[in-house]
Design a protein around this ligand. Structure first.
Ligand code: RIB
Ligand code: CA
Length: 302
């Protein structure tokens, strides 16, 4: 069965790899990309979304959304993704200009499909999804489910002791989405840090005859080099691709139904996940080697 999906994204190196993986998956029918400010500002995440589609030879809408969090000042992750958001990897120019108004486009797309058919795959801050709930709740409730990369349960955070970037960038949006009662599955750092690419994966992709596979090699290599000033690690976690891998092969993951809320404190604490009232399904375990093998199979595919 092929699931129609909308990918909400802040590309972003790992977002780019995730989108390339989704476009190669026979289990997913990507209806379009909506963009959000996150890793880098909106204009760049939107341009990068267009570049990724041009690289893949895929024609579908790119629709820009929120250029800032609901209430907080934005903070970027250029130290990880580079100023261009793609680690300096040159991708083809977008084939078509992006549209604007991601919320309106998502709402129309949800209404153009039977209720309960479309999954929202969220790879960045949840700002667009929170705005969709605020501006068109009836449309939002037509989703089948939301699968989002974010949070940390029993893992340290990556922007604060317990705060993960997507949650920390817009905690108010995440809390609003958690509180909406939609079917929500969270793919936290606890599992994404177990799906790690290293020099072997880079070399295999770099040797491909396909431009998109070689670009994936360059993106992972760039991600590989980008550290927070520490020594270069032997491998790097591929966070966002885990959302696509969960969509396609949920049996590789082990989930737990939890009740959570989002810490709305000022930064470094803000975005941490707390015990709370909102039911959220959380991936707690993953077969990391099989997940990585599936990702490589998709990225290497013609
Ligand atoms: O914490 C990892 C998440 O933050 C990923 O989505 C990455 O792209 C960044 O946005
Ligand atoms: Ca992302």
């Amino acid at each position: 069965m092929t699931t129609p999906v909308i990918i909400d994204t802040d590309p972003g190196i790992d977002d780019a790899v995730a989108i390339l993986c989704a476009l190669k998956s026979s289990a997913l029918r990507v209806l379009g990309l909506t963009t959000v400010a996150g890793n880098i500002p909106l204009a760049r995440t939107t341009e990068n979304a267009g570049r990724i589609l041009a690289l893949a030879g895929a024609d579908m809408p790119v629709v820009s959304g929120a250029d800032r969090p609901l209430v907080r000042a934005p903070f970027a992750a250029t130290d990880v993704h580079g100023g261009d958001g793609l680690g300096g990897v040159a991708l083809p120019p977008p084939r078509a200009p992006a549209r604007t108004d991601a919320v309106g486009w998502i709402a129309r797309t949800l209404r153009d499909h039977p209720e309960g058919q479309i999954d929202l795959l969220v790879l960045g801050p949840m700002t667009n999804i929170a705005l969709l709930l605020r501006e068109d709740e009836d449309a939002a409730r037509r989703v089948r489910r939301i699968v989002a990369m974010g949070g940390a349960i029993a893992e340290p955070g990556n922007v604060g002791p317990r705060a993960e970037f997507n949650m920390a960038a817009d905690p108010e949006a995440a809390e609003a989405v958690f509180a909406a009662g939609l079917r929500l599955t969270l793919i936290p750092l606890d599992v994404t840090r177990k799906v790690r690419a290293g020099p072997c994966e880079v070399a295999e992709l770099a040797a491909s005859l396909r431009e998109d596979a070689r670009a994936a090699a360059a993106l992972i290599e760039a991600y590989f080099q980008s550290t927070d000033g520490g020594e270069i690690p032997a491998s790097r976690p591929l966070h966002d691709p885990c959302v696509m891998l969960f969509e396609e092969a949920p049996a590789l993951f082990g989930c737990e139904d939890m009740h959570l809320s989002v810490d709305l404190s000022p930064p470094r604490a803000g975005g941490a996940l707390l015990e709370g009232p909102h039911p959220v399904r959380v991936a707690r375990r993953v077969d990391g080697s099989r997940a990585l093998a599936l990702l490589m199979e998709r990225l290497m595919a013609p």
